[in-house]
Design a protein around this ligand. Structure first.
Ligand SMILES: NC(=O)c1ccc[n+]([C@@H]2O[C@H](COP(=O)([O-])OP(=O)(O)OC[C@H]3O[C@@H](n4cnc5c(N)ncnc54)[C@H](O)[C@@H]3O)[C@@H](O)[C@H]2O)c1
Length: 346
């Protein structure tokens, strides 16, 4: 097969996790060959089995810790990779406040280790999973990529530090093609309901808690603050369907393959629309056919009233925009929740 017709091999670190597994499916559907690198610290191989069922082909898997230079070298020697999508990392804000060293080790040292290995193997296309939490509290909405960066917790700090490193790297060596994608709030599941967001017994993310309450199998949803200066007092977020987000990675890779691409770009991935937490519960209530039980708690420190993206750059640069609605997000999340609950019962 000539090089121009060869399907591109993409290494997806953290590819067995929530965003990773949906990205793997989107990449395969778009004609790429995704390979997964994961240490399964927050995921299981069963995600890969179900993703293989969706795409109808085998996904090569490397059980590797992203901090291990030796193991990374072996993976990068094994295949001619065209790009790396780096999603491996830790993401729970409260854990990052309790264990900052661990968060900097995995998120920052892991990224350094990976970039070093890529340099040695001359793989220079890189997509990085950054986060809207880099913006902090000072910006007016919708926030553009030029907004003030002031992360409010160690997790957000790790994303900022890696972004700074990527900017310096691209400045020093213009043969890199790097896209740092700032995700807003991914929710929902693949339409097949074969893959979705799996959580521990007590979910820390909003949507899994909402799904449990919708299935009447969990505690009422905790809403942190109902006195924000927003129309209904609850926080406003930019919820984005995880498959839209996954397709954003495909768009970013296509962009990085264009001739003359900038060595470093930072792009928001959101819908550009704000939805309040209470509105999300309202939509889920309609989908489930009954109101979603919830309790109001005090605001958490560092939580902003509103956070939603200016998506002008994503549309212009990546030629991508989110198309799925909040209804789609709730329906797919609930279908996935029902299916995984049945699998646990059975
Ligand atoms: N989910 C969100 O709301 C959100 C928002 C913004 C950014 N992000 C970022 O996107 C990325 C993926 O998030 P997710 O929601 O899919 O999380 P996830 O926990 O479901 O997936 C992360 C994956 O990385 C793996 N991993 C963790 N440490 C590793 C290590 N040392 N070596 C190899 N693999 C390791 C885990 O096993 C897991 O499969 C993370 O970097 C996260 O910070 C997530």
């Amino acid at each position: 097969m000539s090089d121009s017709t060869r399907r591109q091999n993409i290494l997806v670190t953290g590819g067995a996790g929530y965003i990773g597994i949906h990205t793997v499916v989107a990449l395969a559907r778009a004609g790429f060959v995704p390979h997964v690198l994961d240490n399964f610290s927050n995921s299981s191989r069963s995600n890969l089995v179900r993703a293989q069922e969706i795409i109808g082909s085998v996904i090569p898997v490397h059980e590797v810790d992203v901090r291990s230079q030796k193991q990374l070298q072996a993976v990068l020697s094994s295949t001619n990779f065209d790009a790396v999508v780096h999603l491996a990392g830790l993401k729970v804000i409260s854990d990052s406040q309790a264990r900052p060293t661990e968060y900097f080790d995995v998120n920052v040292s892991g990224s350094i280790s990976l970039l070093r290995a890529m340099e040695l193997h001359h793989v220079k296309r890189f997509v990085f999973s950054s986060s809207a939490s880099v913006y902090g509290t000072e910006n007016t909405m919708p926030v553009a990529e030029t907004g003030v960066l002031s992360p409010q917790h160690p997790y957000g700090q790790t994303k900022c530090v890696v972004e700074q490193l990527l900017a310096s790297l691209a400045h020093a060596d213009r043969t890199w093609a790097i896209a740092a994608l700032r995700y807003f709030n991914p929710v929902g599941a693949h339409e097949s309901a074969l893959i979705g967001e799996t959580t521990q017994s007590r979910p820390t993310n909003l949507m899994p808690a909402v799904v449990r309450a919708a299935l009447r199998s969990g505690e009422p949803v905790e809403i942190f603050g109902n006195d924000f200066p927003t129309p209904d007092g609850s926080g406003v977020r930019d919820f984005i369907h995880v498959m839209d987000l996954a397709e954003g990675h495909v768009a970013a890779l296509r962009y990085l393959c264009r001739p003359g691409v900038e060595p470093y770009s930072v792009v928001n991935l959101g819908t550009g629309r704000g939805t309040s937490v209470l509105q999300l519960l309202g939509v889920m209530g309609e989908v489930a056919g009954h109101p979603i039980a919830h309790v109001i708690r005090d605001r958490r420190s560092g939580d902003v009233a509103e956070s939603y993206a200016d998506v002008t750059l994503a549309e212009a640069l990546l030629e991508w925009r989110a198309t799925r609605t909040v209804d789609d997000m709730c329906e797919s999340a609930l279908r996935w929740g029902k299916r995984s609950a049945q699998a646990l019962d059975g």
